[in-house]
Every structure is written in structure tokens, then in C-alpha cells.
Design a protein around this ligand. Structure first.
Ligand code: PLP
Length: 414
């Protein structure tokens, strides 16, 4: 039985417990279980922004570019989070958004491919991932180059379709709906055996799971900065390139910030020797300042502690949902075995849409995905096992009283 006392006991033994105070709780007191959508705000973020506006923008003006390290920030932030994805500090940059970074790494991978003209992915990959592949292939086709996107509806089919025609195996590590997770090392190995390179979207993994890109032999990866990484609303994304590939090709967007000697204003492009060649133009200083508030926390944590706590939180959630809500129509959609499960836990209920609306009103922020799933995502940095216990108490109450049947909950927001 997962009692409140048992949850509190887990919290007392949590090596990350002290970090919860470095994140702001919602003023409403609501529990935000949407780390897969927007991570919480580090307490230091508002003061950082105040200082940036006054001491930096107002007082130092352009001199802050150098004295505040604004130009170096995309590299610095990449180094700060690199251990969380099993990368070397110089192998990650934080820049642009996930969509733009997907395009950049697909193009890079395409140029280095051993052969083949197929980008292989899942038919239900996140829309932007699919759109980027479709657009990239269309660009190549318009230029007279053979290229195709090949999709698979199931994991078994995908494995069948991973043949010598595949140039790039292009996957989201964690499925954004079910939270099913691929085995990173196994898929890199399979891709290598087929002569393909791998491009991973880690948006629903980074900052929650034990992702070891270098150890697992991944070629390229990107991911959102604003989810589990807590980089702020619309905050920049990250981009990783295996050191073996970094110098192999010009970046798809050859901008001045990716130049090897950007501060010399040379007219001929010369790519930075490493991952930083994928930087494009002037970095978003304000967004990067917000990200830096989270990055200073990431620098202090160990990946194994984060992953261990994530496992414990999600195992507790599933056990409590089974115990308390199983008889009320709740079914677990996500894999039950932790190595197969990604960042969030998804459960089904026949009234999922209205239930999710009622939960928000009753103090639990979660997200709904049609037709019948509710996603709950906890952050190992700031959630406690006691929050999980409270969340399940709210879910049980809303379901047992059928509060979700109230007409005001029948219009469902996305
Ligand atoms: C798997 C995945 N990739 C990409 C994105 C969005 O990327 P972008 O930062 O370009 O909006 C999301 C957004 O939720 C996502 O879930």
C-alpha cells in the first residue's frame, strides 16, 4: 500500500529533496503535473530578468554582450545540461527551437549518410518531426534529388522496414502520447547494422530519464528546452552531434554565429569545428537568461539521481492509480515496465476530456489527448512523492463524485 506516510518517507530519503525550494509553486496552490509541456519556473528567474533589464540592457547596453557572456550562452547552456543527456560539454548547443534544430540535424545526417534515400520514422511521430522530414524530402525532390519518408505504424513494422535503403532512422525517444520509450542503444545498433544514421527527438526524455547519447552510440539528437529542462515558456531547444560527425559537413543554415571566427566579420563562411557550427544568428538573450536559471540547477545534479527519482515518482503514481482509481474506470496506457516508459504517465478514462477539465478546477493541472488519455508528468527536480499522493486523491475524488459530469467541464481545452 502506498500510504501518505510511505510517500513522505520516500521524500525524506530523496537526494534531490532540497531542490524543490528552488522552483516556484503555482500561486493557486494547484499541483502542476505538466512537466512534459512546461517545466516549473526556477525561483531565481524573475531576479535574473530584472537584473538583465536594468544593470545589463539599460546600464551596460551593448558592452553586456561581452561582459555578460551573452554570445557564449548557447555553448555554455549546452555544456550545463550536457551530462543530463550523456554528452560531452562541447557537443551540445542550446539554440533555436526543436523544429529548426530537427531540420539542421536531418540535413547534416543526410550529407554524411552512407547510402540510401529513405528517412524512416513512425507514422504517429510528433507532427513537427513528420513535417520537417516531409519538407526536407520535398526540398531535395524539388532540387532533383531522390529522397523519401517511409513511415511505420507499429514498432514491429518499423524494425521490418529498417533496411539498406534507409539513410536516417528518425525517432522520438519517448512517444508524446503513450510515453512508450525506445531502447536507445538497441536502435542505434540496429541502424548502424543497416548502414543508417540516427536522429533522436529527446523532448519527452531529457531532464527526466537516464539518457546516455554517447554511451548508446547516438548520432544526432535534439529536444525541447521548456519541458523537463525548465528552460521557460518558448525557451530554446538543444542540439547534439556525435563528435565523430561534427566536422563532417557544412550546417544547413550557415549563419555568422556558427562561423569559426564569428567575431572577425569575415565574408567567406568557415564553419566552427564543432557542434557550434549549428548556431545561426544572434542568440535570444532574454530567453537564454531564463534558461540559465534552470541550467545553474542542472549543473549541480547527477543524471542517475534524476532518473532514479523519476522512476520512483512514476512507479508510485501507477501503483496509486491502480489501487485507488482502478475500480473507477482508470486504465494505465503507458508501459508498466520502467525501461519501456518515458517521461510521463498516461491513463485512460471514458470521460477523459471533461475529467481533465474538472481536475484543473480541483487543483491538479494535467493534459488531455484525444480520444481518452490524460497525461501526468512529474519533474524529479521539484515534485515530491507526497504531490503524487495528493494528485491521486484529487483524481479519485473527481471520479468517485462524478464531478466531471458537470456541464461546465464538457468543453475541453487542448
Ligand atoms: C516530441 C516533440 N517534438 C517537438 C515539439 C515542439 O517543438 P518546437 O520547439 O519546435 O515547438 C514538441 C512539442 O510539444 C514535442 O512534443
Amino acid at each position: 500500500m502506498h500510504t501518505l506516510e510511505a510517500c513522505r518517507d520516500l521524500d525524506r530519503r530523496d537526494p534531490l529533496a532540497a531542490l524543490a525550494d528552488r522552483f516556484a509553486r503555482a500561486a493557486s496552490g494547484r499541483i502542476h503535473f505538466d512537466a512534459n509541456s512546461m517545466g516549473a519556473m526556477p525561483v531565481s528567474a524573475p531576479e535574473r530578468i530584472r537584473r538583465l533589464m536594468t544593470e545589463c540592457w539599460r546600464d551596460k547596453s551593448r558592452r553586456a554582450w561581452t561582459s555578460e557572456g551573452w554570445v557564449e550562452r548557447p555553448r555554455q547552456l549546452g555544456a550545463d545540461i550536457s551530462h543530463m543527456i550523456g554528452a560531452g560539454p562541447g557537443d551540445v548547443v542550446v539554440c533555436d527551437n526543436t523544429t529548426v534544430n530537427l531540420f539542421k540535424v536531418i540535413a547534416h545526417a543526410w550529407k554524411l549518410r552512407a547510402g540510401g534515400d529513405v528517412i524512416l520514422t513512425e507514422s504517429h511521430n510528433f507532427p513537427t518531426d513528420l513535417h520537417v522530414a516531409q519538407g526536407f524530402v520535398r526540398l531535395l525532390n524539388d532540387l532533383g534529388v531522390d529522397a523519401r519518408v517511409r513511415t511505420a505504424q507499429t514498432r514491429e513494422r518499423l524494425l521490418d522496414r529498417l533496411d539498406r535503403d534507409v539513410a536516417i532512422l528518425y525517432l522520438s525517444h519517448t512517444d508524446y502520447r503513450s510515453s512508450e520509450r525506445w531502447d536507445l542503444a538497441e536502435m542505434n545498433e540496429r541502424a548502424r547494422a543497416a548502414g543508417a544514421l540516427t536522429v533522436w527527438d529527446l523532448s519527452h526524455s531529457a531532464g527526466a530519464l537516464d539518457v546516455d547519447l554517447a554511451g548508446a552510440g547516438a548520432d544526432f539528437a535534439v529536444g525541447c528546452g521548456y519541458k523537463y529542462l525548465c528552460g521557460g515558456p518558448g525557451g530554446p531547444a538543444f542540439l547534439y552531434v556525435d563528435p565523430a560527425h561534427q566536422g563532417g559537413a557544412w550546417p544547413a543554415i550557415s549563419g555568422w554565429m556558427g562561423h569559426a571566427k564569428w567575431d572577425r566579420f569575415l565574408t567567406e563562411y568557415e564553419p566552427d569545428p564543432g557542434t557550434a557550427r549549428h548556431l545561426t544568428g544572434t542568440p535570444p538573450v532574454i530567453a537564454n537568461e531564463v534558461f540559465a536559471a534552470a541550467a545553474e540547477i542542472w549543473r549541480e545534479v547527477r543524471r542517475e539521481d534524476v532518473a532514479g527519482k523519476h522512476e520512483s515518482l512514476t512507479e508510485t503514481l501507477i501503483a496509486l492509480l491502480d489501487e485507488e482509481c482502478g475500480a473507477l474506470g482508470v486504465g494505465i496506457n503507458s508501459p508498466r515496465r520502467y525501461p519501456h516508459r518515458g517521461g510521463h504517465v498516461s491513463f485512460s478514462h471514458p470521460g477523459a476530456g471533461p475529467v481533465s477539465e474538472a481536475l484543473v478546477d480541483h487543483g491538479l493541472l494535467c493534459s488531455f489527448r484525444a480520444p481518452s488519455s490524460i497525461r501526468l508528468a512529474m519533474s524529479p527536480l521539484y515534485h515530491r512523492h507526497e504531490d503524487v499522493w495528493q494528485a491521486v486523491r484529487i483524481i479519485k475524488d473527481v471520479l468517485a463524485r462524478e464531478a466531471w459530469r458537470d456541464p461546465k467541464y464538457q468543453v475541453v481545452s487542448i
